[in-house]
Design a protein. Structure first.
Ligand code: ASP
Length: 280
């Protein structure tokens, strides 16, 4: 059983030492809580649970603390994919729900599994998700000052359970100040992808991740026989060729953990019951 989570990027230039320590502590706590949960739950349930804890922490740009689009409205996106069934479900640009990842998870039982905008919100309302504003004063101030924070703080989790199944979930508040309705990579197969060989969650510039098909490429390469390192290196080389910017976390079918990023540092933590690793 293993867990790896990320909370987007950390850049020394726009965040303080205190924020760095707070993110390290938060990620370590959430990785431990998710690992405990994994003892009695599937990888699928655990990926959603871990991402909901990250959404609830306003340090990250997902759920509470999401960034605001250029028209002053928060629109969030999240997806979940079960490596065992190879099914993905998600919400794109949903407003006013506390945990977009739980709406994405609820959609897994539907024939129509990825909903956008008003349809996603309507589905959430009729399925018992309360109206909830995820705006925090810090984000409104950034928005009013037109401070561009570059979307750093998307969250994700990859889990590997006792039956050897993999799952991934990813959630984001987007780039901030984007054209209303812009679609992030997080609820696409470029940003969030899994099968029985490998599961990957990405963060970074959504447009680059979609152009590079980052998560799908890594998973496909591992499926076709590459190691995680080979699959990451090749995919990140291709990203470099388009001047792209991304980070990703993964676990393969043997329970190997992996993470890689373009500069600056992606904030992450992993836990296997013994080793608790985090970013520096
Ligand atoms: N990938 C997210 C997006 O482009 C942002 C991020 O990961 O920081 O919406």
């Amino acid at each position: 059983m293993k867990i790896i989570i990320h909370g987007g990027f950390f850049s020394e230039s726009d965040q303080s030492h205190e924020v760095k320590i707070a993110k390290q502590e938060s990620l370590k706590n959430i990785a431990k809580k998710a690992f405990d949960f994994l003892q009695t739950h599937s990888a699928f349930d655990t990926a959603a649970f871990a991402v909901s804890l990250l959404e609830d922490d306003e340090l990250y740009n997902a759920g509470i603390g999401s960034q605001i689009q250029s028209d002053g409205i928060i629109r969030m996106s999240a997806a979940i994919m079960d490596g065992e069934t190879q099914k993905m479900s998600g919400v794109i640009n949903i407003q006013d729900v506390k945990n977009p990842v739980f709406v994405a998870k609820a959609l897994m039982k539907e024939d129509d599994r990825v909903l956008g905008g008003n349809g996603a919100k309507e589905y959430a309302t009729t399925h018992g998700f309360e109206n909830f504003s995820t705006e925090i004063p810090k984000r409104r101030k950034e928005y009013e000052k037109k401070l561009h924070n570059g979307g750093k703080g998307t969250v994700g989790c990859v889990a590997f359970d006792k039956n050897g199944n993999l799952a991934v979930a990813t959630s984001t508040g987007g780039k901030g100040f984007e054209i209303p309705g812009r679609i992030s990579d997080s609820a696409t197969v470029a940003g969030n992808y899994a099968n029985s060989f490998c599961a990957v969650s990405c963060t970074g510039v959504g447009e680059d991740i979609v152009s590079n098909a980052t998560a799908t490429k890594i998973v496909t390469r591992v499926t076709d026989g590459m190691s995680l390192q080979e699959a990451f290196d090749k995919t990140f080389d291709e990203l470099k060729a388009i001047d792209g910017f991304a980070g990703a976390i993964a676990i393969d079918y043997n329970g190997n953990l992996y993470h890689k990023d373009s500069y600056p540092t992606m904030v992450f933590a992993s836990f296997d019951g013994e080793n608790l690793e985090t970013f520096h």
